[in-house]
Design a binder for this molecule. Structure first.
Ligand code: IVH
Length: 670
């Protein structure tokens, strides 16, 4: 690209970025994905560094963000809150490390941290007391969110002073975010109350933090990780690591996945590890942040526009992308739910190719007004199935029509029904082939009868070829029948028959789960199985008897009773048992941990966190991340903190590590 071309392209890019900045920051209504925006910005930055003479004072690279809304008061930061230069590949990280090493003027190391996907805030403590909290805003001034931040339980209202003296003025910076588990619960609540769900945890956190009414914020489960300071009067930190070690002593939460790294190889290794670990975290991260550890080097390295040269965000591949809806199909599930599915142009998101996006139900289709041919932003968060973030109406072709689910089941043609107050439309025909296919695949799935080699595709084949019309017929399949099917040969047929035979020895929980009883997922099946022990007892249970169980409400109880009262279901269960399905009788003893919930806090000597989780799960118990009234035991290691206090407040049994090991032993001996 020559200079003239570069100048033209830079002008185009600035215009586009300014437009998108306004959509994002001011109107809160973006029309491109974050990934696309990052690409535009990166392209402009590249041109400007190749031709520094083209850099203008008003270039969006010089002022990322927009003025804060003025309903909440404005707070000017004493030190500007800078933003981070982003890198998307290894080479950029190598360049960064090289530049830092050259410019530092001393031996340096690095600190690697997760890049949290929330909102940056600054907390000001005067003589140890939280006085002002503000958002980052445009970096110079942000919004006053003091009252809202005061509702976040991981933000200390008063700094702790038992280990390190408290300077008269301390500015702590970090990220406000929402846990994925809390985000899911919040969205479920919102949907139940007919309010639109939030598209992702970051939007939920932002919306909650910028509430004008802090009592609403108080009902939103926000959390805070500290990762930096502004002014700290009269206290020098020699290294960033020292700063991160000091913050917890003052009562702030610093994330435990931070790491001291010596060189670029360590940093790359950390990036790879975190990308994998990302799937297991209960909060969203979109990359890692690399910082020079020696703070004296920060001054020497300086900043370029609003980005410090001593820090870098190394992003993970994006999980939001723009694509096009090629078609919308109605799909029928194992419980008869007719779900609209958007068939999209295949799109890579975080290493996975997305072809279908569930639109959930007609209400969701109407809310987004999504139409065939629309350009849409889709997102994949964690393990979550991809969902539609928004339709870009500006790109809609003229003449498109709103989508409506068909009046009849697209598979069997039965007239579909929508029970009062329900958002879901259902095919009422229990023998609809789509439902049978779904139930059969579910029956064979890993958490249920676990028939290796049998997935949705085979289930479809069996149903379409007329080999299986009801679940018990699965156990009547012969080798001759399999050999007639496409894709089966001698060995594969034997293998499948062996897997089907092997599935006959099962547990009550798996069996119940496999039956496709509405509202009975793996966890509920577990709860019922450990309370009743044998299938006969579950079949004979009344709604009242089921409702006695914690976690079983009237809706689930009714669903279970209704399921077994249905003649066709009862006959299927009889036939499955007659075909040789045997259910292991679980030992139910006083020391059994089956169905109990454990929460771990602090550091254990003999277990890693994951190890401890596995140990209880192997014995049929659950490990949860937060303490609630449903917690049975809290196991407290060294430096147990908030969860310990919460457990005390709720009167939950607290075990030392020793007592915990003892309990495991006793339970294993049974
Ligand atoms: S340090 C100059 N550390 O990234 C250093 N920022 O583009 C400034 N962020 O607005 C921030 N995780 O919202 C830092 N571990 C981390 C971070 C982090 C997320 C965000 C923060 C900031 C943006 C910078």
């Amino acid at each position: 690209m020559d200079k003239q071309q570069a100048e033209k392209r830079a002008a185009e890019l600035r215009e586009q970025i300014n437009y998108h900045n306004n959509r994002y920051y001011v109107l809160d209504h973006p029309v491109i994905s974050d990934a696309e925006y990052d690409r535009l910005l990166a392209e402009l930055q590249e041109i400007e560094s190749a031709y520094p003479e083209l850099l203008t004072r008003d270039s969006p690279t010089q002022r990322i963000g927009a003025p804060p809304k003025d309903e909440l008061g404005t707070v000017t930061h004493r030190l500007p809150m800078m933003s981070l230069q982003s890198a998307f590949d290894e080479q950029a990280v190598r360049n960064f490390v090289e530049n830092c090493t050259e410019g530092a003027g001393e031996e340096i190391e690095f600190v690697a941290e997760p890049k949290f996907d929330g909102l940056a805030v600054e907390l000001i403590y005067e003589n140890g007391v939280l006085t002002i909290a503000s958002t980052r805003g445009d970096g110079i001034a942000g919004e006053d969110v003091t009252e809202n931040v005061r509702t976040i339980s991981s933000v200390p209202l008063r700094m702790l002073d038992n280990e390190v003296d408290i300077p008269p003025l301390v500015e702590v910076r970090g990220e406000v975010y929402m846990r994925l588990s809390e985000f899911d619960k919040l969205n479920q609540r919102r949907q139940a109350e007919d309010e639109p769900p939030f598209a992702n945890p970051r939007n939920a956190a932002a919306g909650s933090l910028r509430q004008l009414d802090s009592t609403i914020t108080a009902q939103r489960p926000l959390a805070f990780f500290a990762y930096d300071t502004g002014i700290v009067a009269g206290r020098e930190f020699v290294t960033h690591w020292e700063l991160l070690q000091t913050l917890p002593k003052w009562g702030f939460v610093v994330n435990d996945n931070i790491r001291l790294c010596e060189d670029v190889e360590d940093l790359l290794q950390y990036h790879a590890e975190m990308e994998e670990k990302r799937e297991d975290l209960d909060y969203e991260i979109d990359g890692i942040v690399l910082k020079v550890n020696q703070r004296s080097a920060h001054g020497r390295l300086g900043a370029r526009s609003r980005n410090p040269r001593w820090a870098l965000a190394y992003k993970f591949p994006p999980r939001q992308e723009t694509t096009r809806v090629v078609d919308i199909e109605a799909s029928v599930g194992r419980l008869g739910a007719v779900t609209p599915i958007a068939i999209v142009e295949p799109t890579q998101i975080g290493g996975v190719t997305v072809r279908n996006v569930s639109l959930h139900n007609q209400d969701e289709v109407d809310r987004h007004d999504v139409r065939i041919g629309d350009t849409v932003i889709i997102e994949r968060a964690g393990d979550v199935i991809p969902h539609l973030v928004k339709v870009i109406k500006e790109k809609r072709a003229p003449g498109s029509r709103a989508y409506k689910l068909p009046k009849n089941c697209p598979v069997c043609g039965s007239e579909s029904v929508r029970p009062e107050g329900d958002v879901v439309v259902r095919c009422p025909n229990f023998n609809c082939p789509a439902q049978i296919e779904g139930r059969l695949a579910h029956f064979a799935a890993r958490g249920a009868m676990d028939i290796e080699g049998m997935g949705e595709k085979l289930a479809r084949q069996f149903v379409r070829e007329g080999l299986v019309k009801r679940l018990p017929e699965l156990y009547q399949l012969s080798k001759e029948q399999l050999l007639q099917l496409e894709g089966f040969a001698d060995i594969s047929a034997d293998n499948l028959l062996a897997a089907i035979e092997g599935s006959k020895h099962t547990t009550l929980a798996r069996f119940l789960y496999g039956l496709s009883i509405p509202h009975v997922g793996e966890h509920v099946a577990d709860v019922i199985a450990s309370a009743f022990g044998i299938i006969g007892a579950v079949r004979g249970a009344s709604a009242e008897e089921l409702e006695v169980l914690r976690e079983i409400g009237p809706e689930i109880a009714q669903s279970v009773v209704g399921f077994f009262a249905n003649e066709e279901n009862a006959r299927s269960v009889d036939e499955l048992l007659a075909a040789g399905v045997t259910i292991a009788v679980a030992d139910k003893t006083d020391d059994s941990l089956i169905g109990l919930t454990f929460v771990f806090t602090g550091t254990l000597e003999n277990y890693t966190r994951e190890g401890a989780h596995r140990a209880v799960e192997e014995l049929g118990a659950r490990a949860a991340s937060s303490v609630s009234k449903h917690t049975d035991y809290v196991v407290a290691g060294e430096t147990a903190g908030l969860k310990y206090r919460k457990a005390q407040a709720l009167g939950i049994t607290i075990l030392t590590e020793e007592q915990f090991i003892d309990l495991l032993k006793r339970s294993k001996e049974e």
